[in-house]
Design a binder for this molecule. Structure first.
Ligand code: APR
Length: 312
C-alpha cells in the first residue's frame, strides 16, 4: 500500500492555518502544523479544529499540531511561514532583522529532521529568507523555492480581469523579480488566453494596475493591520501540489540563480518548472530592454538586503 505523503507547515499562524485547510481539503497528505513550544497548544487546537472539519467535509488525512521538530521528521514538503508579518507602514525589508534569526533556526532544524523535503519559503522579506534558508540548511537549491511570483501574478491578474472586463480564469499573468515594490509585471508575457493584454486595457490603466500590483501586499496590510493569508496560502499549495504530483507546472517562483538572466548567488523570482524533481528548470524569457532594466532594479534591491543579512 502506498504511504501517504507528509507535509509539515512551519508556523501555525494565519497563513499556516489556511495552508493546513487547503492541503487537507485537497488530501495532499498528512499534515503537521508546527509552531514554537510556547505556541504548541495553539497549533494543536487549530489542528484539532481542522481534523474535526474533515468529519464534515469528508477528507481522509491526519492533522496534528506540534511544538517538537521530531514530529516533522520524514516530511516530503515543508512550507515555512515562521516569522513576524508586516504591520501598517512597514516594508517587507523592515522585517529582515526580526525574521533572520527565525529562518536560521528553522533551517538548522529542517536540515536535522527533514533533509529530504521540498521546501517552500513564504516568510518575508521573501527573497532573502529563501536565500538564507538554503545557505544555512545546505539543501540542494533545486529543493528550495520561494513563494512570491504566483501571488504577485494573481494580484496582477485580478486587477487586469476587472479592467478588461473578462473572467479572471482567462488571464495569463507573469510577474518576475523580487517580492517587493520593484517587482516586474511582464506585460509582454501577460495575455488574455493568448491575446496580448494591451489589446484590452489602455496603457495609462495598465500603468496604474502595475503600480497597484507592486503595492498589493501593502494595500491589504493597511486595511487589515496584518498581512494577507488566503492568496499566499493558495499560491504555496499550488507549488506543493506541483511537486507532490510531479505536475511540471510553469510558475513564477524565487529560484536559485546561477547566471540566468545575468544574476547568480541569489534567489529571485523567475519562471520555473516545478515537478517531482523540485525546481526542474528555470525558463529564460527574452525580455524587452525596459523589462531588463526593471529586473536589474529589482535584483539590486534584493542584493542590498542580502548584503544586510550577510552582516547580521
Ligand atoms: N519556528 C516556527 N514557527 C515560528 C518561529 C520558529 N522559530 N518563530 C515564529 N513562529 C511562528 C509564530 O509563533 C506564528 O504563529 O510563525 C507564526 C507566524 O504566523 P502569523 O504571525 O499569523 O503570520 P502570517 O500572517 O502567517 O505570516 C507569516 O509570512 O507572508 C509572510 O510577512 C509574512 O513573514 C510573515 C510570514
Amino acid at each position: 500500500m502506498a504511504k501517504r505523503k507528509k507535509i509539515s507547515l512551519i508556523g501555525a499562524g494565519n497563513i499556516g492555518g489556511e495552508l493546513a485547510n487547503l492541503a487537507a481539503q485537497r488530501e495532499l497528505g498528512d499534515i503537521v502544523l508546527f509552531d514554537i513550544p510556547s505556541k504548541a497548544d495553539f497549533a494543536k487546537g487549530k489542528a484539532l479544529d481542522l481534523a474535526q472539519n474533515g468529519a464534515i467535509l469528508g477528507y481522509d488525512v491526519s492533522i496534528t499540531g506540534s511544538g517538537d521538530w521530531k514530529d516533522c521528521a520524514g516530511s516530503d514538503v515543508l512550507i515555512i511561514t515562521a516569522g513576524i508579518p508586516r504591520k501598517p507602514g512597514e516594508s517587507r525589508d523592515d522585517l529582515v532583522g526580526k525574521n533572520l534569526p527565525i529562518i536560521r533556526d528553522v533551517a538548522k532544524n529542517a536540515k536535522e529532521h527533514c533533509p529530504d523535503a521540498f521546501v517552500i519559503v513564504i516568510s518575508n522579506p521573501l527573497d532573502v529568507m529563501v536565500y538564507e534558508f538554503q545557505k544555512v540548511s545546505g539543501f540542494d537549491p533545486k529543493k528550495v523555492v520561494g513563494m512570491a511570483g504566483v501571488l504577485d501574478s494573481a494580484r496582477f491578474a485580478c486587477f487586469l480581469a476587472e479592467a478588461a472586463n473578462v473572467s479572471v480564469k482567462d488571464v495569463r499573468p507573469m510577474v518576475l523579480g523580487g517580492h517587493g515594490d520593484d517587482m516586474v509585471p511582464l506585460l509582454s508575457f501577460t495575455t488574455i488566453n493568448g491575446v496580448p493584454v494591451t489589446n484590452f486595457v489602455p496603457q495609462d490603466k495598465l500603468d496604474a494596475i502595475i503600480k497597484r500590483t507592486r503595492g498589493g501586499g501593502g494595500e491589504i496590510v493597511k486595511l487589515m493591520g496584518t498581512s494577507a493569508y488566503y492568496a499566499p496560502a493558495s499560491a504555496s499549495i499550488v507549488m506543493a501540489e506541483a511537486y507532490l504530483k510531479d505536475q511540471k507546472r510553469l510558475l513564477a517562483g524565487a529560484a536559485h540563480l546561477t547566471g540566468q538572466y545575468g544574476y547568480k548567488d541569489m534567489f529571485l523570482g523567475v519562471p520555473v518548472v516545478i515537478g517531482g524533481g523540485g525546481v526542474e528548470k528555470i525558463v529564460e524569457l527574452p525580455l524587452t530592454d525596459a523589462e531588463k532594466k526593471m529586473l536589474e532594479t529589482s535584483a539590486a534591491s534584493v542584493k542590498s538586503v542580502i548584503d544586510v543579512a550577510n552582516k547580521l
